[in-house]
Design a protein around this ligand. Sequence first.
Ligand SMILES: [Zn+2]
Length: 102
Amino acid sequence: MSEYKTIEQKRKFYKSTGWKKLRQLALERDNHECQWCKKDGKVTHKDAATLEIDHVKEIEDYPELAYDLENLRTLCKHHHNKRHNRFDGKATKGINWDDEKW
Ligand SMILES: [Zn+2]
C-alpha cells in the first residue's frame, strides 16, 4: 500500500492519473458544488469559486481511503482552507495544493 506521509508522496498522489479521474467523479457526484456551502443553504458553483476535493479522512492517516469516492467531498477553496486550518500559513506553506484550477 502506498503511504502519503511526506510532501513528495502527497504531491505524487495529487498528480496521479487515478486521482485526477477520481476527483472528476467526485465533482460530478457533488454537482460541482461546495458541500459545506450547500449545508449553509448556499450554492457555490465552479463559476463562483475554486472547487477542491477534500479527503474526509486524510490520506496521511488513512492511505487505504485515498482512492475511495465515499471519502471525498467537494469544497470551495475557502472552506477547504478552513478545514485544514491553512490560514496560519505555517503547516502547508509553499505547497501548491491546487495545481489544477477550475
Ligand atoms: Zn464553501
